[in-house]
Design a protein around this ligand. Structure first.
Ligand code: PRP
Ligand code: ZN
Ligand code: MG
Length: 225
């Protein structure tokens, strides 16, 4: 059970932000053990519950006030915000701080044999992505029309599978693009992990705990700069 007197923090269950988010919380003095089978981990020494969920779900959980805080990539956050603004759904949150991990970029990439001049080379073509809103914003700015191919995963195999002409996906080391015969053409969005808070009014006790965590976090992060 979750208890509304406890601070609820959403973290990625598994993936690139998962270990670093846990390490940072531990560095702030929060004691907990994660059981891989469990959605919730209760802290032993503070009134904090960690909710381990898919990263794409975290912005919505914070914006709906289901959780109080969330560790999330700015790319996923921005994507959800554009989505909600388009649909007229509540999209409010407070960004408490940017973090020092989870660096990546959202980029366009095409097959090695594609002769690419600029984004207009993609006019009328199909682009595979998990980030349709960020892609649309970029292409609208450039005045380019294209077709979507929405994939939640395996975006990098879409061109070879004949599903799309190019992709718009996250790049970190570039190894995934390289392994799939693709090269990066345009950087659409640069991202790092960040900590966000629900826009809802907190009880004084919970807000004091958030303030304490944030001040410790500032210390931990500046100590490793
Ligand atoms: C991203 C992206 C690529 C990979 C790129 O996936 O979709 O698969 O990382 O990283 P590289 O440039 O270092 O090879 P992510 O790990 O975020 O997982 P997801 O696709 O399941 O969200
Ligand atoms: Zn419980
Ligand atoms: Mg991936």
């Amino acid at each position: 059970m979750t208890d509304s007197n406890r601070l609820r923090i959403a973290i990625q269950k598994s993936g690139r932000l998962s270990k670093e988010s846990q390490k940072l919380l531990k560095g702030c003095g929060v004691k907990f053990n994660v059981n891989e089978q469990r959605l919730i981990a209760h802290a032993d020494n503070m009134p904090i519950d960690l909710l381990r969920v898919r990263d794409d779900d975290i912005p919505g959980l914070v914006m709906d006030g289901v959780v109080d805080l969330g560790f999330i990539g700015e790319n996923v956050l921005e994507e959800e915000q554009i989505e909600r603004e388009t649909l007229g759904k509540p999209a409010a949150y407070n960004k408490l701080r940017q973090l020092d991990f989870g660096g990546c970029r959202l980029s366009l990439a095409v097959p090695k044999e594609f002769s690419y001049q600029d984004a207009s080379s993609l006019e009328g073509l199909r682009i595979a992505t998990s980030y349709p809103n960020l892609l649309r914003r970029y292409m609208q700015q450039k005045g380019i029309t294209y077709s979507d191919c929405m994939l939640k995963g395996s975006v990098e195999v879409a061109p070879r599978a004949g599903l799309a002409d190019g992709i718009c996906d996250l790049v970190s080391t570039g190894a995934t693009l390289e392994a799939n015969g693709l090269y990066e053409t345009d950087v659409i969005y640069r991202s790092k992990a960040c900590l966000i808070q629900s826009a809802e009014q907190q009880t004084p006790a919970k807000q004091a705990l958030i303030d304490k965590l944030l001040s410790r976090m500032n210390g931990v992060i500046s100590a490793r700069e």
